[in-house]
Design a protein around this ligand. Structure first.
Ligand code: NAD
Ligand code: TYD
Length: 358
C-alpha cells in the first residue's frame, strides 16, 4: 500500500473527528481536509491547536449537498475518506428525527456516490489504495441483557432513530462495496468520552453541572450500562483500520470498560471532591429524572477482532481517562465558556464564510 497523503475527514469539527484531525496533524505527515457543515455540534475552536498547519484545509460543506461534495473531491483529490459527520445525540433523535434521517442516511448516500465517481476516475495504485472508511456505533446492534457482547456477527436491531439511521448508513456502505466494488471499511465503536465533548452527553454534562452546583440528571435508576472508550484510543483505532483493515470488513472497537451510569456519575463526583473540595460532596447533586423512552439497557463490545487482526489495544483505562477528562474540563475554561455560551458559533461566523454562499 502507498502511504496515504491526503485524507478527507467529514465531521472533523465534532468530538471524535477533531481528535482524529489533531492526531493526523500532530503525529503524521498527512494532509487533511475537514468537511463539516458546523451544526451546533461542530466547533472549530476544538482544532485551534492544529488549524494553522499548512497540511490542514477546511471546507464548510453540508454532506447532503451533492454538488459541493463533488467539488470537494474534484479540488482536493483525496487518497481516502473517513466519514464521521453525523447527528449523534440519541435524545435529540427521539425529539426530532428528521435531521438524523437527512444527514446520517441521505448524507452518507451522497458521499458514497461522490466517492464512487472519484474512485472510478482514479488509476493504478491510487485506485487500488483508495479507502472509504465509515465510522459507526455499537448502538446498531440494539440492547444486551446481563450477559454477552456485541461481535461483528451480531444481528442489527437498532432501537432509537439515531441508531436506526446509523444502521441504515452501515447497510448503504456495505451495498456500495458489494454492488459497485467501492473499497470500504466500517467500524462500530462503543461510547466515547474525553476532551472537547459537547456537554449534552452524559460525561461532560455531569462534569460541568457538578462544577457549577447544578443537578446531575440520571435517567431512570441509573443502572443502564455503557462500555466507555477514551476518544484518543478510538482515533488511534480508526487510523489503524484505515491503514490496515481488510476491504469490505467491519471492526468493533471498545475498551471493555462496562459501567452503570450511576457508577460513572459517582466516579466523576469522587474525582471532583478531590480536585474541587469546596463543592464536596458533589454526589449530593445527583437527581433521578424520567427515563429516556426506549432506553437501551446495556452495550458491551467484543473487540477481539481488531486486537487479534490489527494489534490494537487501548492505552487508557477508565480511571486514567476519566481523570484526564475531568482535569481537561477544569483547565480549558475558554473552550467550555465558548460552548456553554454559544459563542463558538459567532466565532465561526466571524472567521469563516460559507464558500457555497460566496
Ligand atoms: P459530534 O456530534 O460531536 O460531531 C458531528 C460533526 O458532524 C459536527 O462537527 C457537525 O457539525 C458535523 N455534521 C453534522 N451534520 C453534518 C452535515 N450534514 N454535513 C457536514 N457535517 C455535518 O459527533 P461525534 O460524537 O464526534 O461522532 C462522530 C461519529 O462517530 C458519528 O458518525 C457517530 O455516529 C460516531 N460514533 C460516536 C460515538 C460517541 O460516543 N460519540 C461512538 C461511536 C460512534
Ligand atoms: P449519552 O451520553 O447520551 O450516550 P448514548 O445515549 O449514545 O449512550 O448517554 C449515556 C448514558 O447516560 C445513557 O444510558 C443515557 C444516560 N444519560 C443520563 O442518565 N443522564 C443524562 O443527562 C444523559 C445526557 C444521559
Amino acid at each position: 500500500m502507498i502511504p496515504m497523503k491526503k485524507i478527507l475527514v467529514t465531521g472533523g469539527a465534532g468530538f471524535i473527528g477533531s481528535a482524529v484531525l489533531r492526531q493526523f496533524l500532530n503525529e503524521t505527515d498527512c494532509h487533511v481536509v475537514n468537511v463539516d457543515k458546523l451544526t451546533y455540534a461542530g466547533n472549530l475552536q476544538s482544532l485551534a491547536s492544529v488549524s494553522d498547519s499548512p497540511r490542514y484545509a477546511f471546507e464548510k460543506v453540508d454532506i447532503c449537498d451533492a454538488a459541493e461534495v463533488a467539488r470537494v473531491f474534484r479540488e482536493h483529490q483525496p487518497d481516502a475518506l473517513m466519514h464521521l459527520a453525523a447527528e449523534s445525540h440519541v435524545d435529540r433523535s427521539i425529539s426530532g428525527p428528521a435531521e438524523f434521517i437527512q444527514t446520517n442516511i441521505f448524507g452518507t448516500y451522497t458521499l458514497l456516490e461522490a466517492a464512487r465517481n472519484h474512485w472510478n476516475n482514479l488509476e493504478g495504485d491510487k485506485k487500488a489504495d483508495f479507502r472509504f472508511h465509515h465510522i459507526s456505533t455499537d448502538e446498531v446492534y440494539g440492547s444486551l441483557g446481563d450477559e454477552g457482547f456485541f461481535t461483528e456477527d451480531t444481528a442489527y436491531k437498532p432501537n432509537s432513530p439515531y441508531s436506526a439511521s446509523k444502521a441504515s448508513s452501515d447497510h448503504l456502505v456495505r451495498a456500495w462495496h458489494h454492488s459497485y466494488g467501492l473499497p470500504v471499511v466500517t467500524t462500530n465503536c462503543s461510547n466515547n468520552y474525553g476532551p472537547y465533548h459537547f456537554p449534552e452527553k452524559l460525561i461532560p454534562l455531569v462534569i460541568l453541572n457538578a462544577v457549577n452546583g447544578k443537578p446531575l440528571p440520571i435517567y431512570g435508576k441509573g443502572d443502564n450500562i455503557r462500555d466507555w472508550l477514551y476518544v484518543d484510543d478510538h482515533a488511534r483505532a480508526l487510523r489503524l483500520v484505515l491503514e490496515k483493515g481488510t476491504l469490505g470488513e467491519t471492526y468493533n472497537i471498545g475498551g471493555r470498560n462496562e459501567k452503570t451510569n450511576l457508577e460513572v456519575v459517582q466516579t466523576i463526583c469522587a474525582i471532583l471532591d478531590e480536585l474541587r473540595p469546596q463543592g464536596a460532596p458533589h454526589s449530593q447533586l445527583i437527581t433521578y429524572v424520567t427515563d429516556r423512552p426506549g432506553h437501551d439497557m446495556r452495550y458491551a463490545i467484543d473487540a477481539s477482532k481488531i486486537a487479534n487482526d490489527l494489534g490494537w489495544k487501548p492505552l487508557e483505562t477508565f480511571d486514567t481517562g476519566l481523570r484526564k477528562t475531568v482535569q481537561w474540563y477544569l483547565s480549558n475554561t475558554d473552550w467550555v465558556q465558548g460552548v456553554t455560551s454559544g459563542d463558538y458559533q459567532n466565532w465561526v461566523q466571524q472567521n469563516y464564510t460559507n464558500r457555497s454562499a460566496t
